[in-house]
Design a protein around this ligand. Structure first.
Ligand code: PRX
Length: 631
């Protein structure tokens, strides 16, 4: 059957398609209904079925693979490597689960994980899955305010954290940020389980903080059976940015997620048990959840957990790991590859990468030059795949296990099974013809694995995703796209105020709120300006309360202060690369900030005719500052 036929079948008869796919995982109790569409656009997959993600990721492989590697931890930050077989992983996960249970964490309780890329992060995620607790992993690069809002939203009973992360050989203390976040939060967790990595000294808070090593000693022989969960119970919450300053908790199920991941592991990544998978994504992002932790383990593959930069000790570290562990599939971001372009090209030839069957890149647009450069350098197919935190697995790609059509540079390819992707007009909601730009939308029911809801806010879920396109109840991806005459889809950037810095999704509103908390700031706008390395860079345009003329020193000082405010509240990842101080933001007569005009000026482009602008001179000062490079 050709891929277009198979795809059409998956849409025409989702029950038959996904019933067959559901055999890829083990069920404790069979499901009664494949797809409950009675409350569209919400859907429930595999209703009545009972399963468990940890069972399918770990226990299931014990019979045949107990002594094979499951988790390979490599840290070039602290020069350590540690490997765990499926048998050892099983023991560690049960110990972690026993600690959780001993401190009152049970089914449906939330556990917030704020850890660097260390094995304990994986143990903690799987331990939650094992006992039916809901994990909320917060990226270690986020700071106290970002963390506090996630604590308040998820109301975790327990937080798992460590003394410090590391970046480029520098230790980044976590404990102070976490303590500050908890003091800011209205909702305090009962306990913090601290993994003491011996990286930086810290003061435990008596009664609240627990020491992981001590707790673990007590439960070395723990046997914690898996808790069988109904397919639609919640496996995790993962926060992502949108149009408002308040991040959304993307909520995911158990059974549908397991099936979708198993399906993609077989058909997109062509993974086989016993092979090694290497995703460079941090566990704090969706790629880390789906393809550093759950996906490879579900497929019985070993997964590499890498703590470090792509360029340390040198630009060959990725290929060194590919050679050493005979990696068969690797997942990274275009930025992760672009940073290597500046390195000595010989580094790419130093290692034998013949085990590698594909390099998968996602998270941001893959430019043609990066794609051709790395493909030629490695002699390996590059597979662009487009998806979102909300979808949990690729929406568009060329699934090499199912489809032999060639890739087309600049396009991730075609819709995966179950995704009924349409390009629609933003105003009328009607489908646009091939070759015309529109919003990438998906007609419900969305396939298994996609978000169930926004945690604690079903109304926000429906409002945000299903009411964005007028006249039609379709899921909006908030991306612009275009389909060519052969059906290849091209992604043209976001329709909303989300920006993408180095493959990391950031909400400009969140950054604006943080900047506005600086006492000298009256108002500001943050835009994502094109950047050759990171895809986009956050640039802030700030109006001060006191509009006196600024000296160069004033600008430098205030700019550093604004950046430090963002660092402290959100984390360095959200820090604007440039801050321009202006007297006035360009606004419409009704007071709406003209972001597209600001963006055009910051990128040195002509903003075009601005018929709605209140004061046409508002852009002049910014134009001058950008022109003179005078941030
Ligand atoms: O704008 C799209 C961009 O990243 C957004 C989703 O980011 P996030 O929720 O962090 O999930 C990343 C999962 C890989 C999308 O709305 N994006 C993601 N992949 C691509 C992409 N843009 C272009 N091409 C891609 N392959």
């Amino acid at each position: 059957m050709s891929y277009p036929e198979l795809h059409a079948r998956s849409l025409a008869d989702p029950d038959a398609f996904w019933r067959a796919e559901a055999r890829r995982i083990e069920w404790h109790r069979p499901f009664e209904t494949v797809c409950d569409q009675s409350r569209l656009p919400s859907v429930r997959w595999f209703v009545g079925g009972e399963t468990n993600l940890c069972h399918n990721a770990v226990d299931r492989h014990l019979a045949s693979q107990a002594d094979q590697p499951a988790l390979i931890w490599v840290s070039t930050e602290v020069d350590q490597e540690k490997s765990f077989t499926f048998g050892q992983l099983h023991l560690e996960v049960q110990r972690m689960a026993a600690i959780f249970l001993a401190h009152g964490v049970g089914r449906g309780d939330r556990v917030l994980i704020y850890l660097p890329m260390i094995p304990e992060a994986v143990f903690a995620m799987l331990a939650c899955a094992r006992i039916g607790a809901i994990h909320s992993v917060v990226f270690g690069g986020f700071a106290s305010h970002a963390l506090a809002s996630r604590i308040d939203d998820g109301a975790p009973k327990l937080v798992v954290s460590a003394d410090a992360g590391a970046r480029g050989g520098r230790m980044i203390p976590y404990k102070g940020l976490l303590d500050e976040a908890i003091s800011l939060a209205r909702c305090k967790p009962e306990h913090v389980l601290m993994v003491d990595l011996g990286r930086v000294p810290f003061d435990p808070i008596p009664g609240r903080d627990l020491d992981y090593a001590t707790e673990r000693e007590r439960v070395l022989d723990a046997q914690v059976p898996v808790t069988w969960l109904e397919s639609n119970e919640i496996s995790y919450i993962l926060y992502t940015s949108g149009t408002t300053g308040k991040p959304k908790g993307v909520q995911r199920d158990v059974g549908g997620y397991a099936v979708a991941l198993a399906h993609s592991m077989a058909n997109v990544f062509q993974g086989e048990p016993g092979q090694t998978y290497f995703s460079t994504s941090d566990i704090g992002w969706v790629v880390g959840h789906s393809y550093t932790v759950y996906g490879p383990l579900l497929a019985g593959m070993a997964t590499i957990l890498y703590e470090g930069l792509p360029t340390r000790p040198d630009g060959a570290i990725f290929w060194n790991l590919v050679e050493k562990y005979r990696v068969s599939a690797m997942f990274s971001s275009p930025t992760g590859i672009r940073v290597l372009k500046k390195q000595d090209p010989d580094l790419l030839k130093r290692h034998d990468v013949s085990s590698l069957k594909g390099l998968y890149l996602a998270g941001e647009p893959l430019d043609e030059s990066t794609s051709s450069w790395i493909s030629e350098a490695l002699g390996v197919p590059i597979i662009d795949n487009y998806w979102q935190t909300e979808s949990g697995w690729p929406i568009l790609t060329i699934a090499r296990g199912l489809d032999d059509r060639p890739a087309r540079l600049g396009s991730p390819g075609f819709a995966m099974p179950g995704f009924d992707v349409r390009i629609v007009d933003e105003v009328t909601g009607l489908e646009v013809p091939a070759g015309q730009k529109g919003v990438v939308a998906i007609v419900p029911p969305l396939p298994p694995g996609c978000m169930q809801s926004v945690w604690g806010d079903e109304a926000r879920f429906l409002e945000t995703y299903y009411r964005a396109i007028p006249g039609r109840e379709v899921y909006s991806t908030f991306d612009w796209g275009i389909v060519d005459e052969d059906g290849y889809t091209f992604i043209l950037g976001r329709t909303d105020d989300v920006i993408n810095v180095a493959g990391h999704r950031l909400g400009t509103r969140e950054i604006e709120e943080s900047i506005s908390s600086h006492k000298a700031v009256a108002e500001c706008a943050v835009v994502g300006v094109a950047d050759a390395l990171k895809g986009q860079a956050a640039v802030a345009v700030v109006v001060l309360k006191d509009s006196a003329v600024l000296t160069a020193e004033d600008r430098a000082r205030l700019s550093a202060e604004v950046m430090a405010t963002v660092d402290r509240q959100l984390g360095a990842i959200a820090r604007p690369a440039k801050v321009y101080f202006v007297g006035l933001l360009p606004k419409t007569r009704s007071g709406k900030v003209l972001r597209r005009a600001i963006l055009a000026v910051c990128e040195g482009r002509d903003p075009g005719e601005l018929t709605t602008i209140e004061d046409p001179s508002a852009l002049d000062q910014l134009r001058q500052l950008v022109g003179t490079g005078n941030a």
